[in-house]
Design a protein around this ligand. Structure first.
Ligand code: C5P
Length: 227
């Protein structure tokens, strides 16, 4: 089953404590987002990629895409202040298509088999997202004191990719905008329309490069793949 992918790439480097967009930081000499794009470039089912970028970074990102010979980038949307705005801008440019995937450009270690499974599930049921069961004990804490230890048996950490029938996600994203609802992922927007969302088990390696320690983990993943 073919799909189109929207990649939000218009963030900053704040939590990474970097003075520029963290996606431009390098792992083993290559920018983080190029690893992400390479996964989709190699997938025969990927029909095209749409990147949401900051206006001022578009030229630089295009240069990298050319230099690393990424073939499937179809175009660039201008991202917004929130990730949700960037995704919506990408979606509006990317469609219409049958299945659309949204994937953080900051997650370079996504597994191709998880992508395939998500696309199949989204084609069947409309909405499927990647996640992994939580590993740690989870507690609610207020003012430094525990208020509750949460039963973790049904808790999952949600990642991207998140895959949807295109029209379902576009309508959910436009509704959220009209109602000024801000979610932390695409599934939240679809959940509030009442449509069920499937969760596909992903890998712990599919970490989002967010804080400086993630770069250490990222280097270790790359090294282990070379062995
Ligand atoms: O900041 P965070 O790591 O949660 O961002 C996740 C992804 O969303 C990153 O790939 C980032 O570039 C992108 N993003 C965006 N537009 C924003 C904020 C984040 O495209 N306004």
């Amino acid at each position: 089953m073919n799909y189109t992918v929207v990649l939000p790439a218009a963030g900053s480097g704040k939590r990474m404590k970097a003075d520029r967009n963290k996606l431009l930081l390098e792992l083993s000499g290559k920018p983080i987002f190029i690893y992400t794009l390479e996964v989709f470039d190699r997938d025969p089912n990927c029909e095209g990629m749409w990147l949401a970028v900051k206006d001022g970074e578009r030229q630089l990102i295009e240069e990298y895409v050319e230099r690393y010979e990424i073939k499937k980038v179809k175009g660039y949307a201008i991202g917004g202040a929130e990730r949700q705005d960037s995704v919506r801008a990408g979606l509006e440019m990317a469609g219409p298509c049958e299945v659309v995937l949204v994937h953080d450009a900051a997650r370079p270690f996504i597994s191709p088999s998880v992508i395939t499974e998500l696309v199949e599930q989204a084609n069947q049921s409309g909405a499927a997202i990647a996640g992994v069961p939580v590993k740690d004990t989870i507690k609610k804490v207020q003012g430094g004191l525990i208020t509750e230890t949460v039963d973790r048996s049904s808790l999952w950490m949600i990642q991207t990719p998140q895959a949807f029938r295109y029209e379902l996600l576009l309508q959910a994203a436009q509704l959220a905008q009209a109602e000024a609802f801000l979610g932390t992922d695409e599934a939240m927007l679809v959940e509030r329309t009442g449509h069920p969302v499937q969760v596909v088990e992903s890998t712990y390696e599919n970490v989002k490069m967010t804080t400086p320690d993630d770069l250490i983990y990222g280097q270790a993943i790359l090294a282990s793949r070379l062995q």
